[in-house]
Design a protein around this ligand. Structure first.
Ligand code: DC
Length: 213
């Protein structure tokens, strides 16, 4: 049986990978998995229970017992969830516990046509045989500007310096962890969206996908 197509999209926060992944999945009729949401769900379960997301045992236990409905929690998009996610993501046992779920989704997507996954280690660890690998990035300054705009549009108070510092801290933790650090796969195409809007980035990505089909 021929393996279904998998599109792996990795990159740092606010580079535009989620928007891109969703649009590609819709265009191609593929299922989409936001893997960051899984790490956020683990981190927030601990934070809600008053536990430190960096504590190894509770984090591993939470990852092993995570239920699909945990991904529906309404607070997974807040900044606290992003930081907690990045902390649990450093723990090798947490990553190992979440690997199977991601791989199963990629090889058996619910719709049966193909899968788009976005995250930090999809092209390097979760789906090293993906048909297309994109590494979507942008300068820290541009990403912080985008995140600030997003927060302001939601009516939330945010300070540019704080958003930038939080993002830098998370980048450093994601890039420097010992297991599955944030780096482009050797065979990934790097797409720098610093000077591209969402439509331009999508056009480049779709061209790449079509060229591999
Ligand atoms: O994509 P996101 O901002 O929702 O991800 C939140 C955190 O989860 C990110 O800072 C690191 C972690 N993460 C990861 O380590 N591996 C993934 N595949 C996805 C997310």
């Amino acid at each position: 049986m021929r393996a279904l197509p998998i599109i792996a999209i990795d990159g740092p926060a606010a580079a535009g990978k989620g928007t891109l992944a969703r649009r590609l999945a819709r265009e191609l009729g593929f299922d989409y998995l936001d893997t960051g949401l899984i790490y956020r769900a683990v981190g927030m379960k601990l934070a809600r229970a008053g536990q430190d997301p960096s504590a190894v045992e509770p984090a591993e236990h939470t990852a092993r017992t995570l239920a699909p409905t945990d991904l529906d929690a309404p607070d997974l998009r807040i900044d606290e969830a992003a930081q907690a996610a990045s902390k649990v993501a450093v723990i090798p046992g947490v990553r190992a516990a979440l690997l199977d779920f991601q791989r199963r989704f990629a090889s058996h997507p619910p719709g049966g046509a193909g899968a788009v996954l976005d995250g930090r280690d999809i092209g390097t660890v979760v789906c090293p045989d993906a048909s297309v690998k994109l590494f979507v990035t942008a300068s820290l300054e541009k990403r912080a500007e985008r995140r600030l705009k997003e927060l302001q549009e939601k009516g939330l108070e945010a300070i540019h310096g704080t958003v930038l510092a939080d993002m830098r801290e998370r980048d450093d933790r994601d890039k420097n962890r010992s297991v599955a650090p944030l780096i482009p796969a050797e065979d990934a195409v790097v797409l720098d969206t610093s000077d591209l809007d969402a439509d331009q980035a999508y056009a480049v990505a779709l061209d790449l996908v079509r060229s591999k089909q």
